[in-house]
Design a protein around this ligand. Structure first.
Ligand SMILES: Cc1cc2nc3c(=O)[nH]c(=O)nc-3n(C[C@H](O)[C@H](O)[C@H](O)COP(=O)(O)OP(=O)(O)OC[C@H]3O[C@@H](n4cnc5c(N)ncnc54)[C@H](O)[C@@H]3O)c2cc1C
Length: 346
C-alpha cells in the first residue's frame, strides 16, 4: 500500500488545529502554516456553545480542554444600557476557556502527535492546490454596505457577575462578559460603525460601557489585563455557502456566524470533524480531491445553513436599540424566547 498523501492546512486557529490533530490520529501527515505564534490572545467571547462540544468529545479532545482550564457556564443574563435582567439557566451548558490557553493546548497536542507546525509565517499563495485546506479564519469584509463591524476584547479580574455569561446591549453594539477560571473574566464586544462616523478616540472605552449603565457599574472596580487587549475589524457577517468556495475550507474560512450566538468556535470544531473522513479518504487514494471537497462542503452547508439564518435575525435584533427593552422583557418572562433563540442558532 502506498504512503498516505500529506495534507497542508493554512491557518492554525481552532479549525486548523482540530483538523490537524484528527488527521494525525489517523496517521495522515499534516502540516499547519500559521501566521502568528502561540500562545496569543484572540478577539473572542471565549464562550463555547453548541454541537461543537459533542465534536470535541468524539474527537477525544474533551479532557485536553478540561485540563487547559475550561469551566462550565450554566446561566446567562441580559442587560440594556439602563436596565438589568435576571439570570436564566441555559437550556444546555456551555464551556468557557481563554483562547490564550485553548489554542496553545491544541497546538501542543498537534505537535505531540507528530504534526508539523510552521508558525510566524503568513501563507501568501491564493491558489489552493490539491491537498491544501483553507483554515485561515474570517475573510476580510470587502467594501459592502454602509456598516463596518469590529470586535474588541480584554480580560479582567475583580469583577463579580450575576450569571456565568452577561450580555450588555448598547447603542453601538453589545459586550459579553463570561467567567473564566482563576478568577478572571473575559470582556468582549462587537460594535458597528456606520460609514462616515468617526472611530472612537479610545476604543477600549466601548468595552467599559456608557456612564450610568449596568455594564459601567459591573466593571467599575475591574483590574484589566492590558496585555490581553486585542481588536479586529473588517468582519463580514453575511452567511456564505461552503459549496460556493473553490477550496476545501473549515471554520470561519467558510463563513462567520454572528458572534452573539457563541457558536463560531463550535462551527470550527464541527467543520473540522466533518472534514476528517473525506480528507483521510483522499490521502489514502480512495476518492478524488474534488469528491472530498464536495463531500465536506455539502455536509457543512447542511449542518450550518439554518442556524446561520436564525443567527442573522438575532444579530439584527441585538443591533436595533428600540427593541432592546422589549427583548429584555421577553428574555425575563418567556422561556420559549430563550429556548428558541438558543436552539435555532446552534
Ligand atoms: C467579537 C467576536 C466575539 C466572538 N465570540 C465568540 C464566542 O463567544 N464564542 C464562539 O464560539 N465564537 C466566538 N467568536 C467567533 C470565533 O472566534 C471564531 O468563529 C473562531 O475563532 C473560528 O476559528 P477558525 O479556526 O476558523 O479561525 P481563527 O481562530 O480566526 O484562526 C485562523 C488562523 O489562521 C491564521 N491565518 C490566517 N491567514 C493566514 C495565512 N495566510 N497564513 C497563515 N496563517 C493564517 C490566523 O493567524 C489565525 O490564527 C467571536 C468572534 C468575534 C469577532
Amino acid at each position: 500500500m502506498s504512503a498516505p498523501k500529506p495534507i497542508q492546512i493554512v491557518g492554525g486557529g481552532l479549525a486548523g488545529l482540530t483538523l490537524g490533530i484528527a488527521l494525525r490520529r489517523r496517521q495522515i501527515p499534516a502540516t499547519i502554516y500559521e501566521a502568528g505564534n502561540y500562545p496569543r490572545h484572540r478577539v473572542c467571547g471565549e464562550f463555547i456553545s453548541g454541537r461543537g462540544q459533542s465534536s470535541l468529545a468524539r474527537l477525544g479532545l474533551s479532557e485536553l480542554i478540561e485540563n487547559a482550564g475550561s469551566i462550565c457556564a450554566n446561566s446567562a443574563a441580559f442587560f440594556t444600557a439602563s436596565q438589568s435582567g435576571r439570570a436564566h439557566t441555559l437550556p444546555v451548558s456551555a464551556i468557557c476557556l481563554s483562547r490564550y490557553k485553548l489554542d496553545s493546548a491544541l497546538c501542543n497536542e498537534f505537535k505531540r502527535l507528530g504534526g508539523e507546525l510552521v508558525s510566524g509565517q503568513r501563507w501568501r499563495e491564493d491558489n489552493f492546490a490539491e491537498g491544501f485546506v483553507r483554515a485561515g479564519g474570517r475573510r476580510v469584509q470587502v467594501e459592502q454596505g454602509s456598516e463596518r463591524w469590529f470586535g474588541l476584547k480584554i480580560q479582567a479580574r475583580n469583577v463579580t457577575l450575576a450569571a456565568d455569561l452577561e450580555m450588555h446591549l448598547s447603542r453601538q453594539g453589545y459586550v459579553g462578559i463570561c467567567r473564566l477560571n482563576d478568577g478572571e473574566v473575559n470582556v468582549c464586544g462587537l460594535f458597528r460603525r456606520r460609514l462616515g462616523e468617526n472611530a472612537p478616540a479610545d476604543s477600549r472605552e466601548l468595552l467599559r460601557g456608557e456612564p450610568g449603565s449596568p455594564l459601567r457599574e459591573r466593571l467599575a472596580d475591574a483590574k484589566f489585563d492590558d496585555a490581553s487587549f486585542c481588536a479586529v475589524a473588517g468582519l463580514s457577517l453575511k452567511p456564505q455557502r461552503a459549496l460556493a468556495r473553490p477550496e476545501v475550507c473549515v471554520g470561519d474560512a467558510i463563513t462567520m456566524i454572528p458572534p452573539v450566538t457563541g457558536n463560531g468556535m463550535s462551527m470550527a470544531f464541527e467543520s473540522a470533524e466533518l472534514a476528517v473522513a473525506p480528507l483521510a479518504a483522499w490521502s489514502r487514494g480512495a476518492i478524488s480531491w474534488n469528491e472530498a471537497r464536495t463531500e465536506i462542503a455539502s455536509a457543512c452547508d447542511e449542518q450550518f445553513f439554518r442556524r446561520l439564518r436564525w443567527a442573522r435575525a438575532l444579530q439584527q435584533l441585538m443591533f436595533t436599540s428600540s427593541l432592546h427593552a422589549p427583548m429584555l422583557w421577553l428574555a425575563d418572562h418567556s422561556d420559549l424566547f430563550w429556548r428558541l433563540a438558543f436552539e435555532r442558532t446552534r
